[in-house]
Design a protein. Structure first.
Length: 132
């Protein structure tokens, strides 16, 4: 499936500029009940500002995976993983469920259902060899 087909299935299309930024290559990672999607992108300068504007939609994409019945993001905050910026948010007050995203190496957009899997996926892409 293409990134567009994936997002159509989730009933949440990203903005057109972000869809155009995808190369068509993507992967899904599942670990300890958490999930991460990694989309290869063509241009970080286009994808980054679009993602900031699209942040509030991520709650609807991840609701089926996080089990959030009434998702409602309170606010995003920045975290740094090995000198790479990421954005994470708590889905509801008192809940430790986090969603987040980052662009790694200028070409991989990681969307994650928890801060833990976001950090783990980022670390692998930052320090490990990637078959390109």
């Amino acid at each position: 499936a293409t990134p567009r087909e994936f997002f159509e299935t989730m009933r949440e299309l990203p903005p057109a500029k972000l869809l155009e930024s995808f190369t068509g290559k993507w992967n899904l990672y599942i670990h300890s009940g958490d999930i991460a999607f990694v989309f290869e992108i063509k241009n970080q300068e286009i994808a980054q500002p679009v993602m900031i504007g699209w942040e509030q939609s991520l709650e609807r994409i991840f609701a089926p995976f996080t089990g959030a019945i009434d998702p409602g993001i309170r606010e995003y905050r920045d975290i740094i993983v090995k000198n790479v910026d990421a954005r994470v948010a708590t889905l509801s007050q008192g809940d430790n469920t986090i969603i987040g995203y980052s662009i790694v190496r200028g070409k991989y957009l990681i969307l994650a259902s928890s801060e833990k899997i976001l950090r783990e996926t980022m670390e692998r892409f930052i320090v490990g060899p990637i078959n390109e």
